[in-house]
Design a protein around this ligand. Structure first.
Ligand code: MN
Length: 374
């Protein structure tokens, strides 16, 4: 196995294993091994990467003191972790060696959170172009191992539309990724809808990945701006905002993918339908938009426009619940490399007691269909 920049071999997996309690929920320590002859490929669909010019642009902007964006602070924190950066920035031998170690056949590469949407205004679109060129090159060098989603900076609407067009038509990428809010703005605001229109026109699934909530000292002061609260809460808001803005009625073929077992949303479909009237048909929302009357119950959009991945939640009862309420065709495997890696977790997927055809859909088939993979 190749050495990491600090000379160690285990990277964040060792980090996670050493820190976590051995009896954490859902995990069976040392209770299995990866099936090397599994009757499915493992396609991991939320796998992170970055590149030096982006990290530099993030850190420069943070250190200038001109921005008060908690997502930019998060970028600065990630930027100061050399072992993590070594793994994020490698699109070659080290990453492939880790994929082989964990039995991952293909990674879907997502430019890591918070991406290009936190840099100085005006710098995001050129950095997105650079990101997409680098990702496309990695896919061309390893067509059997890598696919990638396109980055874009939503603050530049026309630049985003052009870059989505280029990434899908010329670079042949497999959808697009947004790291949730951009300085407190969301794609449910009407000025950003040309981006949704372009995504739908290209049949490009949009993956909304978490970032730290905006202006959130109350999260930061409790250590909750990440996976313990801020991440799922912000993607929850973004997803529900898109639904209640009528985006999926206007763009009925728009495909949205959210991670971490749908950021807890599937557990609430019943209540969402009951309480839909809270925001359905209410005028003046989102800074004064006219009332939107949805064509369907909220749960409809989770059965027609939304797919979820299992990133970070290799937990049998939760995965089964989501497959039950959303349908086995709407749940996709993801690992969340390099932030979360565990051979026990991969083995837990191999042991999942679900029908064989559903397992193949989870690990491989659904990803191929949603992201138009080879
Ligand atoms: Mn992730």
């Amino acid at each position: 196995m190749p050495k990491l920049p600090d000379g160690s071999e285990k990277g964040l997996r060792g980090h996670a294993d050493e820190r976590g309690p051995r009896d954490r929920v859902g995990m069976a320590p040392r209770a299995g091994h990866i099936d090397r002859d599994a009757p499915y490929q493992r396609i991991a669909t939320e796998e992170a990467w970055t590149f030096p010019d982006l990290v530099k642009a993030q850190v420069d902007y943070l250190e200038s003191g001109e921005s008060n964006d908690d997502s930019l602070r998060m970028a600065g924190m990630f930027g100061s972790m050399p072992k993590l950066q070594g793994m994020l920035q490698d699109l070659g031998e080290m990453r492939l060696a880790h994929m082989d170690e964990y039995g991952i056949d293909r990674q879907l590469l997502l430019l890591t959170s918070p991406g290009v949407q936190v840099v100085r205004p005006g710098e995001g679109t050129p950095l997105a172009r650079q990101a997409n060129d680098i990702a496309a090159d990695a896919c061309a060098r390893h067509p059997d191992r890598f696919s990638a989603l396109a980055a874009f900076d939503p603050r530049d609407v026309q630049g985003s539309v052009k870059e989505i067009d280029r990434a899908m038509s010329q670079l042949k990428l497999n959808g697009a990724v947004l790291n949730s809010h951009f300085q407190g703005h969301y794609l449910d605001e009407a000025e950003y809808w040309p981006i949704l229109e372009a995504l739908e026109a290209h049949d490009a699934a949009l993956y909304i990945h978490p970032t730290a909530p905006f202006n959130a000292p109350h999260y930061r002061d409790r250590g909750f701006y990440g996976a313990l609260g801020g991440f799922p809460h912000d993607v929850w808001l973004h997803t529900m905002g898109l639904i209640f803005s009528g985006a999926f009625d206007r763009f009925p073929k728009l495909k949205l993918v959210i991670g971490h077992l749908g950021e807890c949303l599937p557990l609430h479909l019943y209540r969402f339908d009951w309480m839909q009237y809270n925001a359905d048909g209410v005028p003046g929302l989102r800074g004064g938009q006219p009332a939107v009357n949805l064509k369907h119950p909220v749960s409809h959009y989770f059965h027609h426009n939304i797919w979820i991945t299992t990133s970070g939640v290799g937990w049998e009862p939760a995965i089964k619940f989501c497959m039950d309420v959303m349908g086995p065709e709407r749940v996709l495997y993801a690992m969340d490399y390099p932030y979360q890696q565990s051979s026990d977790e991969v083995a837990a997927y191999d042991r999942l007691s679900i029908p064989d055809d559903h397992k193949k859909m989870l690990m491989e088939g659904n990803a191929r269909r949603v992201f138009n993979l080879p």
